[in-house]
Design a protein around this ligand. Structure first.
Ligand code: GAP
Length: 434
């Protein structure tokens, strides 16, 4: 399939089946802002839960944080965002369209000064005002990354949890950037979600720790269903690195619009903690109580985007297949990511006993699994509908079920069907999903 066709199909499926809608569509929409519909909200929630489980719940060396989006303006002075978080932009003199210089081809860059204006720096942070009275209100920024919430809470976490190095702090939350060239659906937005880890270690151990996190984060995507051939690591050249970073490697995904960054893993050295210590006047050094040394730890930062990951999982899961001469679209999402685990489908919606049995099965299953109930079409159509949104199992209740107390369980990927006693159904499904 041609790549632009695939992207169009994903965008269309997302709208049609309630994964992702354009924001404020009834007013004509807001450019590059997107809302997650019923299936999208479940997918995103599952994705964040999987990330949290792997990176926080299942580890002894990690804790979580949920910091505020609005932070003291000095945060951004210390982090360097106030001064350096800029893009170089040019305007096309004729069309008045604005472009990032680094997004122009070499041929286009040669036209700077003629077709395009001279480059200007543009800060990407979104500003707002706090306080009701215009004169006394103060300018604050919507955070452009969640990372700084972690650094400013480093001492709070040390004091409240008695952690010893190495350890990490994880956070998932919204970030905002006034991107000039937003686009490619949810790939680049002005409001998006990040999943970030700041992992604190010693300078000596930081190189090994950096390599470990690169592998761990690459493997997380493959373990959750992304095909290995669609992922690669890209080490940043020295001239791409932020001045404080010792190394940075991106996990890239082969999106329909080309290989692009899904997540970055950086060795940020001891830069951030030192900066915040200097501007706040607080001692943010780590105290090794055994050696009585005090020092600023180095930081390894795996930083990924929830929306980019959701898009990559959707693209990778999208399959078109030929079944009995008819095409089926199926989202082969990983079991932990699939928005709905089970659809309960009564074969005859006019048969009150079948409906009652199907409803009671759904009521029972939905206590522990995401379920839907659908009786609004013929069974073939119902199966296709569930395939398209990645529902893992379809449970069909038919006339025989009333006698033998068994139902048909259909597997999304193999389309294989099995009769399962109702009393074993929950256990059967849970076993398959575990
Ligand atoms: N704290 C480091 C940091 O923020 P980044 O490379 O600017 O690094 C990390 O962002 C991740 O956040 C990216 O790999 C991407 O997944 C996501 N991200 C960044 N800007 C985004 C945007 N405008 N829209 C959607 N996701 C974005």
């Amino acid at each position: 399939m041609h790549n632009s066709d695939l992207m169009d199909k994903i965008v269309s499926l997302c709208k049609r089946r309630g994964f992702i809608f354009q924001s404020s569509e009834i007013y004509g929409g807001l450019a590059n802002a997107w809302d997650y519909g019923p299936f999208g909200a479940e997918l995103k929630r599952n994705l964040k839960n999987c990330w949290w489980k792997s990176n926080v719940s299942e580890r002894d060396d990690m804790v979580g944080l949920d910091a505020a989006i609005l932070m003291h303006p000095n945060t951004w002075k210390a982090s360097g965002h106030a001064e350096n978080f800029t893009d170089l932009l040019v305007d096309d003199k004729k069309t008045k369209k604005r472009f990032r210089v680094d997004h122009l081809s070499p041929e286009e860059q040669a036209k700077i000064g003629t077709q395009y204006t001279e480059p200007r720096e543009f800060n990407l942070m979104l500003k707002t005002r706090l306080g009701a009275v215009e004169d006394t209100s103060s300018d604050v920024f919507l955070r452009p990354e969640t990372a700084q919430g972690i650094f400013v809470n480093f001492k709070n976490i040390l004091d409240s949890t008695s952690r010893r190095l190495p350890f990490g702090i994880a956070q998932i939350g919204k970030s905002f950037r006034n991107e000039i060239t937003a686009g490619n659906f949810v790939f680049r937005m002005r409001e998006f979600e990040q999943m970030e880890i700041e992992y604190f270690t010693t300078a000596e151990d930081s190189d090994a720790c950096y390599e470990e996190w690169i592998n761990r984060r690459f493997n997380w995507y493959t373990e959750h269903g992304i095909r290995k051939e669609n992922l690669k690591l890209r080490k940043h050249d020295d001239d791409e690195l932020a001045h404080y970073a010792k190394g940075c490697t991106d996990v890239e995904y082969q999106f329909p619009f080309g290989w692009s960054e899904l997540e970055g893993i950086a060795n940020r050295t001891d830069y951030d903690l030192k900066q915040h210590a200097e501007l706040s006047g607080k001692d943010l050094r780590y105290h090794n109580k055994i050696t009585n040394e005090r020092f600023y730890p180095y930081v390894i930062e795996p930083s990924g985007g929830v929306d980019r990951a959701a898009l990559a999982f959707l693209v990778d899961a999208y399959h078109e297949e030929e079944v009995d001469g008819r095409s089926r679209v199926v989202l082969k999402l990983h079991k932990d990511l699939a928005p709905t685990k089970v659809a309960v489908l009564p074969l005859l919606k006019k048969n009150a006993d079948i409906v009652s049995m199907a409803q009671s099965i759904k009521t029972d299953l939905q206590k522990s699994l995401t379920c839907v109930y659908d009786d609004s079409a013929a069974i073939g159509k119902l199966y296709r509908r569930q395939d398209e949104v990645g529902t893992f199992f379809c449970v069909t209740v038919d006339v025989e079920s009333l006698d033998d107390k068994q139902v048909t369980v259909r597997d999304r990927d193999t389309m294989g069907q099995q009769r399962v006693p109702v009393e074993n159904l929950k256990r059967y499904i849970q076993d398959q999903l575990s």
